[in-house]
Design a protein around this ligand. Structure first.
Ligand code: ACM
Length: 525
């Protein structure tokens, strides 16, 4: 059951509220608890803004996305405060209340950054673009008393610390990946993960929609893919798939949180579910059985077969039409059953297909072995700190998303006692997830060639939402901070304090996080 806490994040102490009269409840969160660390944050000592029953949330006149973000803030606060918190559009900027404005932000915050000013009479988030307002509201969310995240009315007061924040991301690409192929996760489960990742300013959700064990997206021109290829998962469970309406619902839910969905159809390997669904896609014309184990590298689409490219064109065509974001991820990893010549031919051809549907290719870094289109992005996932084909591609202009498996793979165990997950890339506790610099990690891949980072969660052993949360928290926020915060803020000691401050909020949110022994979690969280 939820128990109200008062928190002093600056010193990492929590006391039971029952010991202190409500009037004395000093529930003011410190600026030093925000994850990812802002570019600059200056607290105004002794000043707080109090959300009251009279508080109004103003949003930029004429901006539907600003009104949407204001509505999300109101929806967060109404159940816990019990206040009406009307959302209105007004001009000029009000002197009191909470205002989300698309004017007055410094140019330096760009398209995703924001300025946040908290005084005794107002909270004002300013941004150049709606995405910046959303990011500013995520910071504001983390500055609210943790009781704000409760779903039932809590005792106030509702102070927000006074001060001034100017904040914008280091990298434009800050991703999380969920493997919905090894185990299937419902729309509701994916939406919950979107809520959790967007609080940490993650702006891409990569959905690994197909693998040997399951095909998870309905394709009208190849209906057996989902109907048959989606009918199981690792361990032999019932699996599942997204109808096109389901997928569109995820895309819309994500977009409302400024998260862009990247769909992945992994090929030419990792394709047993497709090959099992259509005998004619196999070089020998024989469909293999469905697969529910966890081996990799045994399947391949038939590279010499013309039908393979009709298939890919139709699948990518339907997926591109459902996907407003710029990217289609074509996988390309662990194609051990495809010879090098076939692999290069295949990657050439698939890049052309994706381009013909107006999308940009992302592939796992193995595609650097082929000739890449100038726009194609490589996602590094190895455990090494150098990769010659990738460095050569980068010298040619290829941009990279950094997902080194021994740093960012959320399915790796924390230590030998972790029951979930795997350990082929090593154990990853917070200090390892946080302790690397994406812009200076790979030989020949400098900061200007790095689009950003992604934290993948493979789900061979991950079955439930609590499983997802246990592996993602607290490491996902570490990767989110590497993607957002300037390297000048990088400090494990300060990060550990910031991360510890998240624990009480995760407890209120019902997030099943791993209590890493590297972090001092406030008592009771
Ligand atoms: C991968 O982990 N095979 C991308």
């Amino acid at each position: 059951m939820f128990r109200a806490l008062i928190l002093s994040f600056a010193i990492g102490v929590a006391l039971s509220v029952s010991a202190v009269p409500p009037a004395a409840a000093a529930t003011v969160v410190s600026f030093t608890s925000v994850v990812p660390a802002p570019v600059s944050a200056t607290a105004t000592a002794g000043v707080t803004y109090s959300i009251t029953s009279g508080t109004t949330i103003y949003s930029e006149p004429g901006s539907t996305p600003a009104a949407q973000t204001a509505g999300q803030l109101a929806a967060l606060l109404r159940p816990s405060t019990g206040f009406p918190l009307p959302v209105v559009s007004s001009n000029p900027a009000p002197a009191d209340g909470i205002a989300l404005l698309l004017s007055g932000a410094p140019a330096s915050v760009g398209t995703q950054g924001y300025q946040l000013d908290v005084t005794a009479t107002s909270i004002v988030v300013r941004a150049n673009q709606p995405a910046g307002l959303f990011a500013g509201v995520q910071t504001l969310h983390q500055l609210l008393p943790v009781t704000a995240d409760a779903t039932t009315v809590q005792a106030g007061p509702w102070p927000v610390p006074g001060g001034h924040i100017v904040d914008y991301p280091r990298f434009t690409h800050r991703g999380a990946m969920l493997d919905v192929a090894r185990h299937f996760f419902t729309v509701t489960q994916v939406e919950r993960y979107i809520d959790e990742i967007s609080l940490y300013k993650i702006d891409y959700l990569h959905l690994h929609l197909s693998d040997d064990q399951g095909w998870r997206i309905a394709v009208n021109s190849w209906p057996n893919l989902a109907a048959y290829g989606g009918s199981t998962e690792v361990g032999g469970g019932a699996g599942g798939y997204y109808t096109q309406a389901d997928y569109s619902a995820i895309v819309s839910y994500a977009a409302a949180r400024f998260v862009t969905v990247i769909p992945e159809i992994d090929m030419p390997g990792h394709t047993n579910a497709a090959l099992a669904s259509y005998a004619q896609l196999n070089c020998n014309g024989v469909a293999p059985p469905l697969y529910t184990g966890t081996n990799v590298g045994f399947s391949s689409l038939c590279v010499p077969l013309a039908l393979t490219y009709t298939f890919i064109d139709q699948v990518i065509g339907e997926l591109a039409a459902l996907t407003p974001g710029p990217y289609i991820h074509i996988g390309g990893d662990e194609a051990s059953s495809t010879n090098a010549t076939d692999y290069a031919t295949f990657v050439d051809h698939v890049q052309q297909i994706v381009a013909a549907h107006g999308k940009t290719v992302i592939g796992w870094h193995n595609i650097a072995g082929a000739t890449l289109l100038p726009s194609t992005v490589a996602q590094f996932w190895d455990t090494t700190t150098s990769n010659a084909p990738l460095a050569a591609a980068v010298a040619n202009g290829t941009k990279v998303i950094m997902s080194p498996a021994n740093k960012t793979y959320l399915d790796m165990k924390y230590n030998h006692k972790t029951t979930l997950g795997q350990n082929w890339a090593g154990y990853i506790d917070v200090s390892t997830a946080y302790g690397w610099n994406p812009g200076a990690y790979l030989t020949g891949v400098g900061e200007s060639s790095v689009l950003g980072v992604e934290a993948p969660l493979w789900t061979e052993t991950i079955v439930t939402t609590p499983n997802i949360e246990y592996m993602a928290f607290p490491r996902l926020p570490a990767i989110a901070e590497l993607g957002w915060s300037p390297w000048s803020t990088h400090s494990l000691t300060a990060f550990n304090l910031r991360l510890g401050a998240q624990g009480p909020r995760w407890k209120v949110m019902g997030i099943n996080y791993y209590h890493s022994t590297q972090i001092t979690w406030p008592t009771g969280s």
